[in-house]
Design a protein around this ligand. Sequence first.
Ligand code: KE4
Length: 424
Amino acid sequence: MKKSANLMDRANQVIPGGVNSPVRAFKSVGGNPIFFASGNGAYMCDVDGKRYIDYVGSWGPLILGHNHTAVIAAIQTQLQKGLTFGAPSPLEVDMAELVTQLMPSIEMVRMVSSGTEATMSAIRLARGFTGKNKILKFDACYHGHNDSLLVKAGSGILTLGLASCVGVSATVAQETLVLPYNDLAAVQQVFAQYGDDIAAIIVEPIAANNNLILPQAGFLTGLRALCDKYNSVLIFDEVISGFRVALGGAQELYNIKADLTCLGKIIGGGLPVGAFGGRKDIMEMLAPIGPVYQAGTLSGNPIAMSAGIATLKQLHKPGVYQQLLQATQRVTQILKQGAEQNNIEIETNELSGLFGFSFKNDPNNKIFNQFFHLMLQHGVYLAPSAFEAGFVSLAHDADVLEETELAVKQCFAELQHTVRAISV
Ligand code: KE4
């Protein structure tokens, strides 16, 4: 990986940590990040020409796999017409109509350029709508890097072992209440105490930034009931789960109506897009018709809209989510079988397009980190952190899964020696 190493030396001189997003830095797994040159279908190639099966998919956008022909064609068509107008364009209306059709709880939607912008805007809107100040989030859920939500967050904050984040003022942090995920009793107690000042609950309906944690029965419906009782806004952060776990996201899967929903990743098809939307009476509080200001130079960018719309249209096809679920179940089955054959204990879970796995008795993720690097050697790119989920695309077909199985078997055979040494 000589070229990657040389690039990292250069990057470290001019980019903090050599990366434009911390979780890419391999800090928790050790070693240097790999620099990638290209992607195609379920594969990526690094700058040294090594090919990997990609189980990160750019952290979610690439549900169709890399460089899907329909997405590239849509981008190329729009490219001929212009990159950006700084004025309304037809594709923004097409996208908004598509999103409101796919997620009925979203009566109106506003495009932004990242998931962070979506959640930041949604909590500002909730505060403006309710006139209340406090935001309730859950430990190790990650909602992007805006100040109010970087308190005890997941993803990179968890990966780097940061309790919260330096630079977030105490006055801002004190307006954010943080509770354990799935602990409805704790939420009931906090509402009893602060209910008249809780503007919103923001929750990942499927927690995918602390490995993969599914909501316990009754948890999401309990949050819905409390928001109804105390007139707080229920915000579903579906930046990962939206259009992945079902066409209508987690809210379709669990049949829960959110007041506001935050979207990202898939909605941009690989280009920078986020969105937030929901109840009309809340959304109409937004400028220019309401007093809550929110804006963005490239919001609704036509190129990004064309990629997102092309992606969503592919997901509309019959059988897509069955195929995605079957592929994802195959991945966790392969992991379980590989571990079992080598007397290694792992736990796995999955939904369509998303999976999590963890090694038993691996409190410091030493086994995970060893496994991560073995998989790299065998041409499989997992998320470089035990605190992230795995992403499966529609490009992960039978041949890719067979190749994955071969690599996993070899890795577990080599890992069993290490596990014995680490466990001692
Ligand atoms: P962005 O601002 O990174 O587009 O989205 C923030 C965000 C919001 N909500 C959820 C549920 C998210 O998972 C994210 C971002 N996800 C991480 C991966 N766990 C992005 C990867 C990174 O930070 O580089």
